[in-house]
Ligand binder design. Structure first.
Ligand code: TYD
Ligand code: MG
Length: 454
């Protein structure tokens, strides 16, 4: 009887060793090795070492004929945008996100809305009934949308052969298992093997394949980094489950830019594409409220006006509280220290709460000035004129620092009807002549305070 072959795999990075190790030499994580049974396909090994029948020849780069790449343009404009103007045939796309964020909903919606594509939607997580219920919520119909509830990869390929889909969706890669490997679904070696077989399928058949992937608590794509190397495109679906907005980001794209961002709103009937995000992220109140400032930010290449809300109040207990949602807490503490030291605001004995509206996370440094302005506004209980926007970073000595692509930020604020924008005076090449919106350049935080409240 043949001996069962097994190896130890790091569950964090996929590193393989024949013996158990405490610490992974590749990613330096402790206690991540798990024994998995691997059944190497002998014929494959032989094929590598001997003649494979096919003789690949090297070519001069100049002589390689470029075939016109026809992209499949989707109905879903947001998805089109993040994929780089449509889906490339034969591409393998990994679609990650936390549980419950709406991955299955978005891809089922894609399967239903693409009426001119034959789609095979494979689910290893839900029953036909559940999928049907979800499809009913979304409405619409695609006569050529096939649902398969299956976790065995070989059976999936058999069905794919029969149906000949033009798009394959796998929900999710962690539930699949291949006969060629003994270890359980979701283990590193299974995930890796199934992905490589699907990759081969995609490349040979020219069918684009979407793989849904789970995300760990830390926010990394569950299991293996290896997956990210194998696939052509990595998309990440994120957002706060208690809010309606969802952002679709490109982490990697072999066929386009990673600067694109898609925005959706979760509704009772599926995910709606949000074409003009700035408008919905700002609350339109008639009265000016203190503690609110609008930042003109960029998410990737997409301008986004975002409302920052701050509440400053006297600390009821000894230690003042600092809490922030959607903005880095360390950065908030730093900005508070700047206000305290450079501008003489006595915030040491105050509670400070900060919130980015819409439940989205921002790490564009250009939001700094709006954060500072909202805090000062709440502290003094003086509202900021509702038609003022901000776009600048704040440095450690209270200086207002320039940010990239300022023209785009100014134009977006102007487009949405703002009448003034405060930026850094060190931003080069910005000329008031080109804009109807009033540009207020400032060099230091105290100047901003004067401009706002004096
Ligand atoms: P789901 O797609 O199952 O998430 P994932 O596959 O990422 O785990 O999304 C589930 C959530 O979306 C669930 O909490 C219900 C909500 N939802 C809506 O609000 N509207 C809808 O039309 C649908 C189908 C789901
Ligand atoms: Mg799901």
């Amino acid at each position: 009887m043949a001996k069962v072959k097994s190896a130890f795999f790091c569950q964090n990075c996929g590193y393989q060793t024949p013996k158990w190790l405490g610490k992974c030499p590749s990613c330096a994580e402790w206690n991540t090795f798990v024994e998995e049974i691997v059944e190497k396909n002998l014929s494959q090994l032989v094929a590598f070492s001997t003649n494979t029948g096919r003789t690949a020849k090297s070519q001069v780069l100049q002589e390689i004929q470029q075939t016109a790449q026809t992209r499949i343009v989707l109905q879903d404009k947001e998805l089109n945008r993040v994929l780089g103007d449509g889906m490339v045939p034969g591409s393998l796309i990994l679609f990650g996100g936390e549980p419950g964020i709406g991955k299955s909903t978005l891809l089922l919606q894609l399967a239903i809305l693409e009426k001119n594509l034959r789609v095979l939607y494979v689910s290893g997580e839900e029953s036909d009934q559940q999928i049907k219920m979800r499809a009913d919520r979304i409405g619409h119909q695609n006569d050529a949308c096939f649902i398969l509830t299956e976790t065995n990869l070989q059976n999936i390929f058999l069905q794919a052969e029969e149906i000949q889909p033009q798009l394959l969706v796998i929900d999710s890669i962690q539930t699949l298992h291949s006969n060629q490997i003994e270890s359980s679904p979701g283990s590193i070696s299974q995930v890796r093997e199934c992905t490589s077989q699907l990759l081969r399928y995609a490349k040979l058949s020219d069918v684009p394949v979407f793989l849904i992937g789970h995300i760990t608590k830390e926010g990394a794509l569950a299991g293996p980094k290896v997956l990210e190397h194998m696939v052509d495109v990595v998309l990440q679906f994120e957002g706060d489950r208690n809010h309606f907005y969802r952002l679709l980001r490109t982490i990697k794209n072999r066929f386009g830019s990673t600067n694109e961002l898609g925005i959706y709103e979760m509704q009772g009937s599926g995910l709606r594409q949000v074409e003009n995000p700035s408008e919905i992220l700002i609350t339109n109140t008639d009265s000016d409220l203190s503690g609110i400032a609008i930042a003109s930010t960029l998410e990737g290449a997409r301008p986004l006006l975002i409302e920052v809300q701050a509440l400053v109040s006297s600390a009821a207990y000894g230690t003042p509280q600092r809490s922030s949602t959607g903005f880095d807490a360390k950065r908030l503490n730093m900005l508070l220290a700047v206000l305290e030291k450079r501008c003489g605001f006595k915030l040491g004995a105050k509670d400070v709460f900060l919130n980015i509206a819409g439940g989205i996370k921002v790490d564009d440094p250009a939001i700094d000035l709006a954060v500072v302005a909202s805090i000062m506004s709440s502290n003094a209980d003086l509202p900021i004129h509702a038609k003022t926007a901000f776009a600048a970073e704040v440095g450690l000595s209270g200086e207002i620092r320039p940010v990239n692509r300022i023209e785009q930020r100014i134009s977006e604020a102007e487009k949405l009807g703002f009448d003034s924008i405060i930026i850094s005076k060190y931003n080069k090449g910005v000329s008031q002549k080109n804009y109807a919106i009033k540009i207020i350049p400032c060099g230091i935080v105290t100047e901003v305070i004067k401009a706002l409240f004096a």
